[in-house]
Design a protein around this ligand. Structure first.
Ligand SMILES: NC(=O)c1ccc[n+]([C@@H]2O[C@H](COP(=O)([O-])OP(=O)(O)OC[C@H]3O[C@@H](n4cnc5c(N)ncnc54)[C@H](O)[C@@H]3O)[C@@H](O)[C@H]2O)c1
Ligand SMILES: [Zn+2]
Length: 393
């Protein structure tokens, strides 16, 4: 028996800048300082900095550079302790002891909801440190400084944090908009090639379903990207990040209450392949393969021109991304591709009905609710040939 009801109705606005820059830790550069003082509140802002261990190892002295910057701007920045280095890479997203340590550090230094966590690193560190910051006092101000191509072009600009549990990727996490995202292109110099090129797959992904011009740009830029041409990479990152941001803003569903996940195009296969490779294959590399698989299926469903698929595959190969991996061919006892379990896992992750985003002509997208498994089989064979690999066994 319902005795009464009052309908609550709240809208909360999130605004944050995504800034592209170079050498923001130069003591004379005002960018970071302006980010912290944007609230106009006055006084010194308490800041706790976490550094990605892989980044710190590739750039000895980075912690000292951060400290020097904060000293030079001590009128507004109170760096509460020397930057804390945390392990870089996917491992941090499985490590709940470290999550506790990060939260302990936040409490130990008495950070409040007006204090800042400055997270500098790849997508994994931003996800894990961002998660800890979002739980502490129900959400501290997080300034993200993505330091990989993937995190600058895609994962670092959005509103999600996450960790893995029992081997299930991103099964734990929060929606938490950052205070600001500051992408410093100079940080990318020290990236190993795998992580330099990996993020480019996400740029192709979003171009294929949202922006035909950008797709043309990328196919024309493949060799320059492979040769680490910085100007080309900067344009790639900027355009990709803006497409991701536009989607989050205009898609009408920033917190993913609905089922379709346009930014997850190609990701059902990518996530499965990452797991099948025991995470030895990088996310971006897995995304290249996953996007190529779904692009082939789209061709066969009459949703994409064959020539676009060919351009995509050739561009991936020219820029140094894979389109095939031997684990794609793993089979269950009954002959079924293990890869196909990824469809079911993806369905579970989004809840209920399977909804995949597919291209609907170059630069547009639509949703499909089923995928013919025979087409996936075919895609694997087509991509094996494209990669020049002979039939296994
Ligand atoms: N939150 C989201 O919306 C979202 C979206 C997509 C992906 N992601 C997540 O992002 C993660 C992948 O991020 P990633 O591709 O940035 O990889 P990553 O964070 O695993 O970093 C890759 C490696 O590069 C090192 N590194 C980072 N910056 C460096 C630099 N400038 N120089 C040298 N080494 C450096 C790291 O220590 C690590 O070993 C995955 O966990 C994925 O789930 C999150
Ligand atoms: Zn991705």
């Amino acid at each position: 028996m319902r005795l009464g009801e009052y309908r609550q109705d709240i809208s909360v606005r999130f605004r944050y800048p995504v800034i592209f820059a170079r050498n923001v830790f130069d003591p004379a550069d005002g960018t970071l300082r302006e980010v912290f003082t944007e609230d106009g509140e006055g006084g010194r802002r308490r800041v706790l900095c976490f550094l990605d261990g892989g980044l710190a190892a590739a750039r000895p002295g980075l912690a000292a550079v951060v400290e020097e910057y904060c000293r030079a701007n001590a009128d507004v920045i109170d760096l509460v302790r020397t930057p804390r280095t945390v392990p870089g890479g996917e491992g941090i997203k499985n490590d709940y002891r470290l999550l506790m340590e990060v939260m302990d550090t936040i409490l130990e230094y008495r950070l409040c909801r007006h204090s800042f966590v400055l997270a500098v690193g790849g997508g994994a560190v931003l996800d894990a440190v961002g998660f800890a910051a979002s739980l502490s006092h129900r959400g501290l101000r997080t300034v993200r400084m993505p330091s990989t191509v993937l995190s600058q072009a895609d994962s670092g600009v959005g509103v999600k944090t996450g960790m893995n549990l029992h081997g299930v990727k991103n099964s734990i996490g929060t929606f938490n908009a950052p205070w600001a995202v500051l992408s410093d292109f100079a940080l990318l110099d020290s990236l190993p090639f795998e992580h330099w090129i990996g993020g480019v797959a996400e740029a192709f992904k979003v171009a294929l379903i949202r922006d035909a011009d950008f797709f043309e740009f990328l196919t024309g830029a493949a060799e320059r990207l492979r040769a680490r041409d910085m100007e080309t990479m900067e344009e790639t990152i900027r355009r990709s990040a803006i497409l991701h941001l536009d989607h989050i803003r205009r898609g009408g569903d920033p917190f993913e209450f609905g089922r379709a996940r346009p930014l997850d195009f190609g990701h059902w296969a990518a996530h499965k392949l990452e797991a099948l490779s025991s995470y030895r294959l990088g996310h971006g590399q897995a995304v290249a393969v996953g996007v190529a698989i779904d692009a082939w299926c789209a061709v066969r469903e009459g949703m994409l021109e064959r020539s676009v698929f060919d351009d995509l595959v050739q561009a991936f190969l020219r820029c140094g991304l894979p389109v095939y991996h031997e684990k794609l061919e793993l089979r269950h006892g009954d002959g079924r591709l293990v890869l196909l379990d990824g469809l079911e896992e993806f369905r579970e992750h989004i809840g209920g009905r399977l909804t995949l985003v597919f291209p609907d002509g170059l630069g547009s997208m639509t949703e499909v609710t089923q995928l013919e498994t025979g087409l996936v089989e075919e895609a694997v064979a087509v991509l094996r040939r494209a990669a020049g690999v002979r039939v296994p066994g």
